[in-house]
Design a protein around this ligand. Structure first.
Ligand code: NDP
Length: 436
């Protein structure tokens, strides 16, 4: 078992209060690590270190920062297997997913921003012989970076890498549920004070970071309710704020779609990472002529997914991140039944064999619920649970898809190019609700 430490000014340090949280392996229910339960004292130390490092770091050349970030990417790549296994144990995701998506994308984040900073250009506008207006960008200062548990290293590096590239120093607060790979990353980041890591809970460590007067910029990815709290805390301090929030994404399948491709991709986009991805399609709308066949084949494919120990290659569906999250997901399956839905596949916790100790739910397909006036179709479940609903017309599909407060993403399947553009332009994604 690992005992994690905060990473402040380039050094691993114990939390000021000496208190730790048990972080469980979701597949076994056993303690996987001890995570510092940091407080404002630790956050203050980290912000001081980041502030001290800022003047010299922000003056380094782009070429210097870029080269350093490429080195970080290379070192991470050398340890890909080790990181993938730990991410799987920490979060419950299949190791194959961590190996092919999470960790490679974390590496890519460093490479991408290392290159983009070298190729940055800005616009200038001319005021006929009077003035030339141009953009001059400066580094903002210490960035507060708060990330969720579902794609732990990938989403955190999506914040760290652009901050480093832009000459900002940072204080990160990863999710208390999945801190291990962020802690492992500390051994690769060795410029003192440039990236600092404070582990712990949202209220104890995240909130003081958001309200810290010397942190002018907050980048947050997580739930919509938490995003609202952060918005309220940051607004009076006029902070720069980036919020990437929840989703309840529509996946619209027209009768003229390539059936096999739409089905195969829907299985993946609904159930990958146990449905714990903000972009997962969780409301599937299928045009009536193919509805029965599509739902039948989707349920059969969901039944074939391999629910099992996530560290074993071949497992396609791992464990949910925590018992508390499992209870939330299970409560929505109960609610679906109460709201008149029929469960075609899954619908229960795994209670037999070794998996009974972990937090496993079988991939679940539900039909028979109203598209709009129904909590299961409106609220984010964030688990391996999808609803499938028939529609008659294009207008109805658009109305159903746009009927939630979340507007993160949507997908549509048709072989008709004109329809694809027409419908896509009516889908209200990234313009309201959880969109960023
Ligand atoms: P949460 O909102 O619960 O937590 C996100 C982060 O915020 C965690 O580090 C959490 O700490 C911290 N936090 C909690 N409360 C506060 C607070 N008051 N002040 C500061 N920080 C706080 O989200 P989850 O971790 O449960 O992640 C799942 C959610 O994230 C889903 O809604 C999902 O849709 C969304 N998400 C959105 C993405 C996007 O790009 N739009 C991508 C991925 C996920 P702690 O862990 O200790 O609670």
């Amino acid at each position: 078992m690992k005992t994690l430490a905060n990473f402040i000014d380039g050094k691993l340090v114990a939390p000021a209060e000496g208190i730790y949280i048990d972080s469980l392996n979701p597949a076994t229910g056993e303690v996987n690590g001890k995570v510092p339960d940091s407080t404002a004292k630790d956050v203050n130390l980290a912000v001081e270190a980041a502030n001290r490092a800022f003047p010299s770091w922000s003056k380094t050349t782009r070429a210097y920062r870029s080269a350093l970030m490429i080195k970080v990417a290379d070192l991470l790549e050398q340890k890909l297997e080790e990181f993938a296994l730990e991410e799987s144990k920490d979060q419950g995701k299949p190791v194959s997913l961590a190996r092919t998506v999470d960790i490679p994308r974390a590496i890519y984040n460093f490479r991408f921003f290392a290159n983009s900073i070298l190729n940055r250009h800005e616009k200038a506008t001319e005021l006929d012989g009077i003035a030339l207006n141009y953009v001059h960008r400066t580094s903002a200062g210490v960035a507060g970076l708060i990330s969720p548990w579902n794609l732990p290293l990938y989403l955190l590096t999506w914040k760290i890498a652009p901050a480093m590239a832009a000459g900002c120093t940072s204080v990160c607060k990863p999710s208390e549920f999945t801190s291990v790979t962020a802690w492992m990353l500390c051994s690769i980041l060795n410029e003192a004070g440039v990236v600092n890591m404070v582990f712990g809970t949202g209220p104890n460590a995240g909130a003081p970071l958001v309200s810290h007067p010397d942190v002018p910029l907050i980048s947050f990815t997580g739930g919509t309710a938490t995003g609202e709290l952060i918005y309220k805390a940051a607004a009076p301090l006029n902070k720069k704020l980036s919020l990437e929030l929840g989703g309840k994404n529509a996946n619209i399948v027209f009768a003229d779609a390539d059936f096999d491709e739409a089905l195969k991709t829907t299985v993946n986009s609904s159930f990958a990472n146990q449905g714990e991805i903000c972009l997962c399609g969780s409301r599937i709308f299928v045009e009536k002529p193919i509805f029965d066949r599509f739902t039948k084949e989707l349920a059969a494919a969901a039944d074939k997914l391999v629910v099992g120990n996530p560290t074993v290659t071949g497992t396609t569906t791992g464990a949910l991140v925590s018992e508390q999250h499992l209870a939330k997901v299970a409560s929505y399956i109960d609610l679906a039944r109460a709201e008149g839905g029929t469960v075609l596949s899954g619908g229960s916790r795994v209670t037999d064999g070794a998996l009974a100790r972990g937090f496993f739910i079988r991939p679940t397909v539900i039909v028979g619920l109203p598209a709009i006036d129904c909590r299961v179709q409106q609220e984010e479940i964030f688990g391996p649970v999808v609803t499938v609903t028939p529609f008659d017309t294009e207008d109805e599909a658009v109305r159903f898809a746009n009927s939630t407060k979340y507007g993160l993403s949507a997908s549509l399947w048709t072989e008709n190019g004109k329809r694809a553009h027409r419908v896509a332009q009516q889908l209200q994604v990234s313009v309201r609700g959880g969109g960023s």
